[in-house]
Every structure is written in C-alpha cells, then in structure tokens.
Design a protein around this ligand. Structure first.
Ligand code: TNX
Length: 540
C-alpha cells in the first residue's frame, strides 16, 4: 500500500522520480495571503538543517516537531541545531518577529537558499509549520521536497478555536485523548474542552473526594436505566489519575492547545451524588446512570456542603489545569428537587432571591450558585465558562457563554457584553448525523450536520453592533458520546467535519469557498490515511 501511495505521489508531482512539490494552496485552513515569487525553489533534501535561536526552548521544540513532520513524510530525519544561520544556505530557520501583529500570526518565506518561519510568538511559528507540512503530500518516502519560492502571511480570524470531547458517557484512553489533541493541533486549533463529569461517569481523580472515582466512575447493572438497550449489562468505567491529567495538559501545551476542564454543575451530577448522597436534596441513595438524558436529581443548592464540595473539587482542578478558563457547565438542571427542598427555599429567602414573571426562585438559585462559584474562581485568577442556560436568571458578571441552543444565547450574551463561544447544536454538534441518509450511518443523536453545513456556519451574527461583535471569541464543535463508544467512532464523527470547522475558525468569510475546500480536502485525506484516521468517507 505504501509503495502504491509513493508511486501515485510521484506521478501526481509530475516531476523527476526523486522529488515531490509542495502546493501552499492545498492547505486547510487556507493561508490568508500567499504570494508566489518567480525564480528557483528551495529543496528540502537530506542535508537540509533546521535552525532555532539559541536558548529558545519553545522554538527548539517547534524545530523538533518540524523534523518529526518531515520524517513522517519522507522517512528522513533532518539535523536540528541552534544558531542564526549567518550566510548559511540550505537551512529552514525558525524565529520570532515582533512586527507580526496577530499574537498567533506567522510569516513563511521560501527563497532558493533558505526558508524562514517567523511568528510574533512560538505558537504562530507552530502554525507556520502546520502550513508547511500540509502543503506537502503526506507520503513522500525517500524523496526531496520542492518548496516553490513564496511569501505567506497568515493569522487566524478567531482567537478561540476549539473542540470538546465528552468522556463522561464513554471513557477514552490517555493515548486516544492525545491523538484527539494531535488532530486539533493539525487543524490549527488551540482549545481542547474536556467534559470530565457526567451523570454516567465521573472521570477525574479528586484526592479530597476519593469516592468520586471509586464509585462515580463506574456504572453497574443496578444503575438507573440499566435495563434499557443502551446498556449491555456489563459494568463500565474509567477515570484519569491526576498524573495522567498532568501528562495530557503538558502534551497539549507543547502543541499550543489549552485544555479547559469542565466540571458540569449543578445538573448532570448523578455520578457524584452516587458517591456522596448527602449532596442531593433527597439524600439518596443514588446510582450512576446507565442511560442518557436529563435527570431530576441534581446538586442541592440549599446545602452548604454542596458549596464546600464544589470549592474542594475546583481547588484541585485549578492546580491541575493552568487554563484561564474553567468550564462549570450550568446546562440542563431541572428545578423540581429544589422546589420541594426546604433548605433550598430557605436559602432563597435568606438571600432575598427575587422572582419575576420570567424567572422562578429556582432559576435565581441556579444563578446564585453560578455567581458564588464564579467569585471563588475569579479570586484565584480564573474565569468561568458556562452553557447558555446561565443566561436564564441573572448571569454571573464575568462569565463567558457557550451558545449551544442555536446562536440566540450567544447573541443575547454579546449584547450584555459577555464573551461568547459559538457552538450551536444545529451546526456544531458532531454527535449528530453527518449526511441526510441516516440508513448509511451508525446511530446518532440529532440530524443534518453535514460537512457543507459546518462549512457554511457564520459565527458573527449580522445583527450585532461592532462593539458587540468583538465579544464573539470564536467557535467550537462538540463530540458528545452517548452513542459513540470507541475511538474509531469518534474519528468517524469528527473527521472530516473538523476540516470544515478549521476553515470557519481560521479564515475570513469572504475567503471561504466550499468547492475549493473540497479540493483541498483531498490533500488532507492523505494525512488521515497515513495516520489511519477513521474518517467518514461517503459524506463529502
Ligand atoms: C445536550 S449541550 C447536552 C448534552 C448532550 C447533547 C447531545 C449540552 C450543554 N447538553 O448533555 O450530550 O445535548 O447532543
């Protein structure tokens, strides 16, 4: 198979048998500006060296990444050295350039003697490397690479470019989480939102509350819904130790991906309640859920122990995750238990939580909880993100809102001067079917999120004023995993929709073109194949 691919690459390059030529217009996301320069090309051959500025550990690591990419493609490991290059020829030089104005921007200059990749910061350089690697066919074993002379200037449209993985409904190994992060990095994304807690499983070790993982990470044949078809009757579980989490955070950081942990509260907490029943309004007993949906049992907001618990959990979370943002959920929390709970009603009274025609006492209670947690995290220098339900009631003053029930919540939040991440279910839910013919696809959640639909999403609503538009930080897609139990299935749901998303996140709307995107996608498919990514083949 490899031999066949090599032959086809050589034929495609239409060149002598030892060379393959890069095409910068084949890259997803397409760089903002590509100016081809007349004259000779640069040739990456076995003696080409990669240089980074002395004592710059980030650029040294980037240089090693580049050497790795070239090795994956050609089978040749180039020398990586520190130094300025002087008048040296045949070098690829990484460097910084403060005159590049976007913090993630880069310039890639190819001349016959040398290639330079400069960023305002190391992450910009990293995106320059991604462009370079994606401009070359994925497989070119033993071949020289011709880089046509050019000047490329590029920077992302949005500062927030993310994807979420739900490890609560199904658990995924450390190795797969790393592979997921690799896919994000390859598509120029910089945030990995890690949904770590659910009704169906608590997946993060918390030293202060060991039962969260001892009990809460496993669903058993006695759990709620265990008799239903979703559950095959075998105990199911898994969690990440704090060491594993640190390893993943570091792995992501090296690839300029920030990991945002989500502790989903006060709803979606059955696994935690199973472990610590005193945190629920009825006192339990509770069991980890074995089917999907929204459950009436949620954290008791009238109980001081709940806040003590959350602060204890979050204290460990912020030790593990350097991210400025901590996601605290806020979605799908039914109010029924709070309505019946004397302690909740007592707290509402004591705090003077006012009701009006649109908002119940229980809505106010949820806002009270969110605000209290926000204050606690703000004091520690962190910011909260919440799902758009946090707008029902009164929104915590500094919260960033993830708009998932369409874009309305995001628009409302931006008008209230809150930062927004757009992740509307009808465009950005990668757990939904990706073609219109459901018979051709495995069971999925909602319908109609085709590659083309993802590609066509415009995150900045025209009705917003310019000042409000600035609050749209970016876009994210979510992989909820109720019906996704294996890494191969995650990849099937994720790829190639991730490629369409990458262009939404990176490019200006007027630069996008779906037909051109499809042509570029052919080239990226070479990488998916090489890395054995189980991409969906019949959907584009
Ligand atoms: C809604 S989006 C949910 C998730 C489900 C998803 C299924 C959100 C904040 N809540 O709990 O997994 O729909 O598509």
């Amino acid at each position: 198979l490899i031999a066949i691919s090599v032959i086809s690459v050589v034929i495609a390059a239409c060149d002598t048998s030892e060379r393959v030529e890069a095409d910068y217009r084949n890259v997803i996301p397409l760089p903002h500006e590509i100016v081809m320069v007349d004259g000779n090309s640069f040739v990456v051959e076995k003696d080409t060296r990669i240089l980074y500025p002395e004592d710059n550990v980030l650029l040294e690591r980037n240089a090693q990444f580049l050497a790795g990419y070239i090795e994956e493609t050609t089978g040749r490991r180039l020398k990586v050295e520190s130094g300025q290059g002087g008048n040296d020829e045949n070098v690829i030089m990484l460097g910084l350039d403060a005159s590049i104005d976007n913090p993630e921007g880069y310039e890639l200059t190819v001349s016959p003697d040398r290639v330079t990749i400069k960023g305002q910061a190391a992450n910009g350089v990293f995106y320059g490397l991604q462009t370079l690697r994606k401009s070359v066919p994925a497989i070119a074993y033993g071949l020289d690479i011709i880089l046509p002379a050019a000047v490329i200037k590029d920077a992302p449209r949005f500062a927030y470019r993310g994807m979420m993985l739900d490890v609560g409904r199904h658990f995924f190994s450390v190795d797969f989480v790393k592979r997921y992060i690799d896919l994000l990095a390859m598509h120029n994304m910089n945030y990995f939102h890690w949904h770590l807690t659910e009704d169906q499983g608590w997946r993060i070790e918390i030293k202060k509350y060991p039962r969260l993982t001892e009990i809460g990470s496993i669903r058993k044949e006695t759990g709620i819904g265990a008799s239903r078809t979703e559950f095959d009757g075998k105990p199911y579980g898994g969690f990440y130790t704090q060491d594993e989490i640190r390893e993943i955070v570091k792995y992501a950081q090296e690839r300029y991906v920030t990991v945002i942990p989500e502790i989903d509260l006060p709803g979606h907490m059955l696994a935690a309640l199973a472990a610590y029943p005193e945190l629920g309004c009825t006192g339990g007993p509770y069991e980890v859920a074995c089917h999907w949906g929204v459950f009436p049992d949620v954290l008791c907001l009238g109980n001081e122990k709940t806040y003590e618990f959350l602060e204890g959990v979050l204290a460990e979370v912020i030790e593990l995750f350097p991210s400025k943002y901590i996601h605290i959920g806020g979605d799908e929390a039914p109010r029924t238990r709070w309505e019946m709970c004397p302690k909740c009603q007592g707290l509402a009274k004591k705090e003077g939580l006012k009701t009006d025609r649109e908002h119940s006492t229980e809505d106010r209670l949820q806002s009270y909880c969110m605000k209290r947690i926000e204050r606690c995290l703000n004091e520690k220098g962190r910011q909260i993100i919440g799902w758009d339900e946090i707008l029902d009631g009164d929104v915590a003053p500094n919260a960033t809102v993830m708009s998932w029930r369409g874009i309305r919540g995001g628009i409302k939040a931006a008008k209230l001067k809150h930062d927004v991440i757009m992740t509307p279910n009808d465009y950005m839910y990668f757990d939904y079917y990706q073609s219109d013919d459901k018979t051709q696809e495995p069971l999925a959640m909602g319908s109609g999120v085709t590659v083309e639909k993802v590609y066509g999403f415009e995150p900045v609503a025209a009705e917003l004023e310019n000042e409000e538009k600035k609050h749209i930080l970016g876009v994210q897609a979510n992989v909820w995993t109720e019906y996704i139990a294996t890494p191969e299935h995650v990849e099937y749901m994720m790829v190639p929709r991730i490629a369409a998303l990458a262009e939404v996140q990176w490019m200006m709307p007027e630069e996008k073109d779906y037909q051109e995107f499809l042509k570029r996608l052919n080239s990226l498919v070479g990488f998916y194949k090489r890395e054995s990514v189980n991409y969906a083949k019949h959907v584009f």
